[in-house]
Ligand binder design. Structure first.
Ligand code: ADP
Length: 236
């Protein structure tokens, strides 16, 4: 597989074309950003940990019947993925209230949500990723009614699979963000699943082991990601 041109550099990953028009290379960089890119820091080993963490989770999801873009790991920092036509919305499921939900709704932090909530956000840093609903997506033609339904169904299916996986590792899956795209007529899970895009708390102590450590300057960011990876059995 030949790595060709850089197609796009995001905040944490760079995307490269390959000699196969249907495949891309995702390079996980050490850059870590928060607050819509206002705070950016390089964290040693983070690219490698997230690349391997993501590969592990994507393979678990694929095995459980979720269509994903993941093909294979290429190196410590690179993965081969299917080239998707990305839908510019983020799908968020929350099992426990925290973060922006608490600020927005004035609800208590740490409440177990039954049922879990589902939210759509528009992927737009300049607008601070505003919350949107099904009708915005359909009315502006960002995705069809069928695609909206599939994104919700798959995102909740991922919750069932991963809540159990993390629970078995002594962790609470508090919330997470997924991005989907189109591939040959099918809706497929793209982007990444790493502690950069979800919240994970220790089941016993409720210690934060995700990107909130970076947002809140708690320290030991990558060390916590590695601890989570070790508990899951990810080969780092
Ligand atoms: P951001 O754009 O939010 O800063 P990243 O740094 O993670 O995020 O950049 C990765 C970019 O690659 C994102 O825009 C994401 O939507 C896109 N992407 C992820 N997976 C794929 C894929 N399989 N095909 C095409 N684009 C993808």
């Amino acid at each position: 597989m030949q790595k060709l041109d850089e197609l796009y550099a995001g905040k944490a990953k760079s995307v490269f074309t390959t000699d196969d028009e249907n495949l891309l290379i995702l390079e996980f960089r050490d850059d870590t950003s928060a607050f819509d890119g206002e705070k950016i820091v390089q964290l040693d080993r983070k690219g490698m940990v997230n690349n391997k963490f993501n590969a592990f989770i994507m393979q678990k999801l694929e095995a459980a019947g979720i269509p994903t873009h993941f093909e294979k790991l290429l190196s410590d920092n690179e993965a081969l993925v299917k080239k998707l036509d990305m839908i510019a919305v983020e799908c968020v499921v929350r099992n426990i209230s925290t973060g922006s939900m608490v600020k927005r709704l004035g609800v208590e932090d740490g409440l177990t949500l039954n049922p879990p909530t589902f939210e759509f956000f528009l992927k737009n840093d300049a607008l601070h990723d505003p919350m949107i609903n099904d009708y915005h997506i359909r009315s502006f033609g960002w995705a069809s009614e069928d695609e909206v339904a599939t994104m919700k169904r798959l995102t909740f299916q991922v919750n069932d699979i991963l809540k159990k996986l993390f629970d078995d590792a002594g962790l609470l899956l508090v919330d997470y963000k997924l991005e989907f795209g189109r591939y040959q007529g099918e809706l497929v899970l793209g982007d990444e699943f790493t502690p950069d895009g979800c919240r994970l708390w220790d089941k016993e102590t409720r210690e934060k082991m995700d990107k909130d450590r970076f947002r809140q300057d708690l320290g030991d960011v990558v060390e916590s990601y590695e601890a989570v990876a070790r508990r899951l059995g990810v080969d780092l």
